[in-house]
Design a binder for this molecule. Sequence first.
Ligand SMILES: Cc1cc2nc3c(=O)[nH]c(=O)nc-3n(C[C@H](O)[C@H](O)[C@H](O)COP(=O)(O)OP(=O)(O)OC[C@H]3O[C@@H](n4cnc5c(N)ncnc54)[C@H](O)[C@@H]3O)c2cc1C
Length: 440
Amino acid sequence: MAREDCDLAVTSQLRKMEDGTMISNNSHSSYDVVVIGAGPAGAAVAALLEPKGHRCLVVESSAFPRYHVGESLIPHTHGTFDRLGLLPRMRESDFPVKHSVCFVQSTTSEATPFYFSETIEGDRSRTWQVERSEFDEICIDNARDAGAEVRMQTRVRHVLFEGDRAVGVRLENSDGGTDDVAARVVVDASGRSTVLGKQLGLKIDVPGLNKSSIWTYYRGGHRNEGIAAGETTIFMLPCGGWFWYIPLPNDEVSVGIVADPEYLFRDGPQLETAFDREVKLCEPLRDWLSSAEQIDELRGIRKLAYLNREVVGNGWVMVGDAAGFLDPIYSSGLFLALASGELAADCIDDALKADDVSAERLGAFVDPLWRGVEVIHRLIRAFYDPDFSFGKFAKKHPEQQAAIIDCLVGDVVGKDMSSLLETLAEMSPPPPPLHESIVL
Ligand SMILES: Cc1cc2nc3c(=O)[nH]c(=O)nc-3n(C[C@H](O)[C@H](O)[C@H](O)COP(=O)(O)OP(=O)(O)OC[C@H]3O[C@@H](n4cnc5c(N)ncnc54)[C@H](O)[C@@H]3O)c2cc1C
């Protein structure tokens, strides 16, 4: 449907503002693309599609700025930021610049830093630690500036189908009223809410990957100096779990633990009991927080990982966390949200131009993307394998160091990583591949 056709569906309403002026509120009941969720994945889709002439509506249930966990970017987001025109905005922000990630053994304090400049040259080897309330607002403002319509505090109740084809969404406004909106393509970017995954019964556990997390924020904790000031530190724990330590603006730091639920909640379900006990047990982290003040509540998720058996269908696509989430150990969530948003936007553009929104056409990006996710999955499983250590692996296979850094920066999509995976299999037996659970 061309833009002119959409205009037939415009309902122009006059809205009274607080100062008494009347403004016209152009709201449409038909769009080329409706995006569920204004997080980084949804914002990327809309910002890339609108300038190509596709009318986009982004529907967001909360009011921005809103809190979100997941602050550490990885360098391979650079290309998407570039396409989105966001690099200047990121460079002028006060987000700490991240050059590296460092894995620290909590019992010996032995540290293994990985500097991204080992495999990437120049600006692309740096990225940022972002405060999500601000970062997500930058992303959605960018989509708005590109011309996308954004409706905040409006929830998508469910996706509307005709047969097996998605044809729109039912919205619930903040006053409780509902609206049906037609769309040629519905993009589920609803994050962990997984609107379509739940509606279609597609959501499944990831076999063998069962981790929980608890996290909070401090002010006045330890700060590394120089190039390591914006480094992510991972404290590896004897229980097989780990703490993240992510420096943020205003002398704040995000600190969280990921571990088996049976271990983490062995003294009961209270977040405080488990978190305080583990901080006390992790000596180097305890030292870094010794003069810090906790500035936020504790938050937790009992089951981190999930997938959907299908991530694309006729007239619909899932991107970012709405498609699946594995584990935060390599900070790949935001990268995958932005990359899937970008790749999906290109396929949607192609499908809309060809007037063919079949699953096959919309899902042309799914196979290469999920083969990249499979590489990250293999590294995640190796990390949690008690018989595997990256230190030992790096000593035995120095030729694989560059491939490991490729994974840590996110350079895994459309790349042949078979040599790394075969070598990894010698030290850590491969888990069942994700494509046994999902349709690629
Ligand atoms: C404990 C933990 C630590 C993490 N750490 C990192 C990290 O360090 N680095 C990293 O890169 N990633 C990290 N992640 C992952 C990261 O947070 C996510 O991958 C990322 O936020 C995904 O972005 P998204 O746009 O897909 O979803 P989101 O950012 O979750 O956005 C989804 C949006 O959809 C909205 N929404 C939901 N339901 C509806 C509805 N029905 N109608 C309308 N709107 C709706 C939500 O309000 C939300 O704004 C972490 C995740 C966890 C759980």
